[in-house]
Design a protein around this ligand. Structure first.
Ligand SMILES: [Zn+2]
Length: 267
């Protein structure tokens, strides 16, 4: 198949923007060998199977057709229940997972069951399960690779429209990844976008909070401000940007997060 034909097939998959996903290859039919990357407004694909030559990249603006296909598919899958695969095991089954949770300040969120965290034996990932707040059921999961050979580093299973949420506090903070959402959850509700952009569908799952902070990774500070004004225009109250000194919020301990958001309030 030439580039144009491949592109048509890949576009037909209806993969949402800002996603890195691994799936069965529609060209060679091998299991889980195709990666598709729609981050940074690009569309890239690559099949790892030796017999397959599927690969390509389309850069820049997405066409309206692509956008339409994407959103149509999203609507259909929203309330589908995610069946937790057998390969998801307890976090205690793998030492790397325990270390990851500890090093990224997720341990308490896991132990207090604010987050459902598992180990995916098959993909060697620490997996954060995402619940659909409307149905109370699992909608998907987000997995982070535990060794450098696991690609992509973050992988989304099932539904990709519902943000990962951790904690039930009166204030919330929007972060980039699930580990950061867990790290803040002793102090604030953490909401992970899995990227730097807010999808329309994300807004439907944001409740009103007393204060809604935006704290994307430090290198995305400009994006944090854009996102905050987008949320304000969408009707959310008390939206504030938190500029980080460390790289992202999972670098901070609970005490440091407490100090950062509420320090000085009662002084
Ligand atoms: Zn292939």
């Amino acid at each position: 198949m030439n580039y144009k034909q491949q592109l048509a097939v890949i576009e037909g998959l209806g993969i949402p923007p800002d996603t890195q996903i691994r799936m069965d290859c529609p060209f060679c039919q091998n299991k889980n060998t195709l990666t598709v990357d729609t981050t940074s407004n690009n569309l890239g694909w690559y099949c790892f199977h030796a017999s397959c030559s599927a690969r390509g990249k389309k850069q820049g603006e997405k066409t309206m057709d692509y956008v339409n296909v994407t959103f149509k598919k999203e609507d259909i899958n929203t309330n589908e229940e995610f069946v937790v695969p057998d390969s998801f095991k307890s976090v205690f089954s793998n030492e790397k997972v325990l270390r990851y949770l500890h090093d990224n300040n997720c341990w308490e969120a896991c132990m207090w069951a604010r987050a459902d965290i598992k180990y995916d034996v098959k993909q060697d990932r620490v997996v954060f399960l995402v619940k659909n707040p409307d149905t109370g059921k699992y909608a998907g999961a987000v997995g982070r690779g535990l060794n450098s050979k696991v690609y992509p580093k973050w992988y989304m299973y099932g539904n990709k429209d519902i943000p990962f949420k951790c904690g039930e506090c009166k204030d919330a903070v929007i972060v980039e990844d699930c580990a950061s959402a867990c790290a803040v959850s002793n102090v604030l509700t953490g909401i992970a976008l899995m990227g730097t952009s807010l999808k329309q569908s994300h807004k439907n799952y944001l409740e009103p909070y007393e204060n809604l902070y935006v704290a994307l990774d430090r290198d995305a500070t400009k994006k944090s401000y854009e996102l905050a004004s987008e949320l304000t225009s969408a009707g959310f109250k008390n939206v504030k940007v938190k500029v980080l000194h460390e790289y992202d919020l999972k670098c901070y301990s609970t005490a440091e997060i407490e100090q950062m958001f509420y320090g000085g309030k009662d002084e």
